[in-house]
Design a protein around this ligand. Sequence first.
Ligand code: 1HE
Length: 264
Amino acid sequence: MLRTELKDGILLVGLDRPDKRNALSDPLVRELEQMFRDPPAAARVAVLYGNGEHFCAGLDLSELRERDASQGLAHSRFWHEAMHRIELGRIPVVAALHGAVVGGGLELATACHLRVADESAFFALPEGARGIFVGGGGSVRISRLIGAARMLDLMLTGRVLSAAEAEPIGLVHYRVGAGQALNRAIELAHRIADNAPLTNYALMHALPRIAEQPADHGLFTEALMSAIAQSAPEAKARLHAFLDGRADKVARPHRPSKETSSEA
Ligand code: 1HE
């Protein structure tokens, strides 16, 4: 159900149940948990994508049977564990999004570190209509990204956001032309893989924690993280490379095209 391939340090992880729109069955969530708990040692960055017409249709509703409260609690915590492995694992994860990114599929996408969506992507939380609630971490991650008020709207009214609507509210980082999400995500993954691994780790693990800390604690954590990162031999080598004229300069951004899309 997961299709994986490791190439040049980039781990491609494909949800591979296209006939069920990559709905997240228990075995598939378990595979995700295992994959991100212990990704191959040579992987520096992962790209998560969906095979077929859609990224992911969310929870496999055919598995939603009568559960008592403790079984429901355990099921949600099992999802939390898998999402946690992605968000606070060893390597950054870029999500390549197209078609439906709904319910648990959106929860999965928001556990990733970067989101690239193509023009076909649409975003919704149909849990309200199904008579349930989010259970895969969405109430924390989605509301942190777009605000509880917007999440409330999605769930109360069944509103569906297009890629063009998702980008300005920060739900996705990059918007590209139809069919381009995976290529763009891989390109970004290569750039991320060029960073010092310790910097990537610090970004993944320190930034979200600092955001939760009072400012004074956050600044202290920042100073500690900064001291650790700059003491690494790789940091010193990179600084020397720049000072010796051997490293890339920061380039001006390309002017956005006249299209409404940011990158299409
Ligand atoms: C599924 C699922 C699913 C499709 N569980 N089987 N998620 C939802 O409420 C979304 C429900 N799905 C849809 O709205 C649509 O399927 C899609 C917009 C995603 C795609 O539409 P389409 O026209 O391409 O496909 P389809 O014809 O609707 O579905 C194709 C097959 O996939 C069909 O099965 P078949 O045996 O009849 O061929 C569908 O039944 C099946 N399928 N989605 C099971 N989700 C931790 S809490 C998280 C809570 C949630 O995620 S709630 C939101 C659940």
